[in-house]
Ligand binder design. Structure first.
Ligand code: CTP
Length: 408
């Protein structure tokens, strides 16, 4: 169940006798290598203490919507952005009703409204409350809004009743959550992704480069692999470990990335250029370390690097979808649209790197997906959530283009 490793899972525990099973869920998630943060409602604190949850999650526990110390550390909006997934377990009939009506009257429901991450609820209540038309209608509303409902189980209840409404076992909830991160949308597809910066040598000890962290490209590689694709990730030097089941090709210069990308992209289904490729390289890097002299200045002669993604787009056996990134500091959409046309891309993903929330090195992003015929905005979320949303869109486009190809 490697799908949960390094995932940021926000577990919200509502008040009910099943709250203790929420504690077990946190323990199991940690065991799977997930990063876990916990929200405890006021009712939940009658059954289980913040200290228990802090010990299990290894993080401070979040309890109140308006708490000065919490807001100074990780406030409700930061928490909503941090999450790759929010799971409310147990979710009482009351929480389900408040979610259905978009209420934001405590921390849990506010974060549920404020997050772009997927939300899941694991209901737990008395069987009569579960069967009530109000609860069932509320659940229908949640399902229509893509909130996953996990369970409930049937059987003997704490109140002595027998019927549906018991919280599923934590191991079953864990399995359902892991399943969220493994779709088969890109089964049998071959994907090539470039990521990170390139490094252009000046001499044996110095280089020109940029601030790219590689996080977005690596998040995309993970999302593609989890969707079933065969992924080659061609990356410049970064401080990240490659996701599971991804073939990493480590490169340094733009010329190396160019050669590897063209070789790998031939006949692939999807190419994503997430690398920040240096536009220029030093014309003739010195073979020995350059020494300081008395002139007080140094000139470097630079020559333009090949445009990797434009070359991939021009291949005879071109991938069905070629997708670029445009990291801009001004006139975001205009620059991005111009690059889409100039480089012969099917889509360009535009992001504003002048904003510290979405700039280089940030764990979050907010992007515009721009095609010749349509545009879509993906609001601020963790880079992994953004990557999954991008991959879901690209998988649909690939399916549509292969259906169109088959019809011809
Ligand atoms: N790109 C590429 N090869 C290059 C330069 C850019 O493959 N030599 C790709 C990037 O990976 C990205 C897209 O082109 O997908 C846009 O990159 P960007 O640096 O924004 O575009 P440039 O063409 O370099 O434009 P400028 O630096 O002038 O903004």
């Amino acid at each position: 169940m490697g799908h949960l490793r390094q995932r940021r899972i926000l577990v919200a525990i509502a008040g009910g006798i099943a709250a203790y099973k929420g504690a077990e869920l946190v323990r199991l998630l940690k065991k799977q290598g997930a990063e876990v943060r916990v929200i405890l409602s006021r009712g939940a604190r009658e059954f289980i203490t913040p200290l228990t949850m802090q010990a299990l999650s290894g993080e401070p526990v979040h309890t109140e919507l308006l708490d000065e110390t919490a807001e100074a550390g990780m406030g409700h909006i930061a928490l909503a952005r941090w999450a790759d997934l929010l799971v409310i377990a147990p979710a009482t009939a009351d929480v389900i009703a408040r979610l259905a009506h978009g209420r934001a009257d405590d921390l849990m429901t506010t974060v549920a409204l404020a997050t772009a991450a997927p939300v899941a609820v694991a209901p737990a209540m008395n069987q009569q409350m579960w069967a009530n038309a109000a609860t069932q209608e509320n659940l229908t509303l949640l399902t229509q809004r893509n909130i996953q409902v996990i369970g409930p189980d049937e059987g003997e209840q704490a109140c002595g009743d027998v019927g549906p409404g018991r919280l599923l076992e934590p191991s079953q909830i864990l399995e359902a959550l892991a399943g969220r991160f493994s779709s088969r949308q890109l089964d049998n597809k071959r994907v090539v992704i470039t990521a990170g910066p390139t490094v252009e040598a000046i001499d044996p000890v110095r280089f020109l480069s940029n601030h790219s962290s590689g996080k977005m490209g690596f998040a995309l590689a993970r999302a593609c692999a989890e969707a079933g694709a065969d992924v080659t990730l061609i990356s410049g030097p970064v401080h990240l470990s490659p996701p599971d089941r991804v073939k990493l090709v480590a490169v340094r210069s733009a010329l190396e990335m160019h050669a590897e990308a063209l070789a790998a992209a031939e006949g692939a289904d999807l190419f994503i250029g997430a690398a920040a490729v240096a536009d220029y390289r030093v014309a003739s890097p010195a073979t020995d370390k350059i020494k300081k002299d008395d002139r007080g200045e140094l000139s470097l002669s630079l020559v333009e690097n090949p445009d990797i993604i434009a070359a991939v787009s021009g291949l005879a056996n071109r991938p069905a979808l070629v997708v670029g990134f445009a990291a801009e500091t001004s006139d975001l959409l205009a620059h991005a649209r111009a690059k889409l046309a100039k480089k012969g891309l099917d889509m360009i993903i535009a992001n504003d790197v002048s904003d510290p929330d979405t700039g280089f090195g940030s764990d979050h992003n907010a992007v515009h997906l721009i095609r010749a015929v349509s545009e879509q905005h993906l609001p601020l979320a963790s880079k992994q959530v953004i990557a999954e949303q991008i991959v879901a869109t690209l998988a649909k486009e690939l399916a549509a283009s292969s259906a169109a190809g088959a019809a011809q």
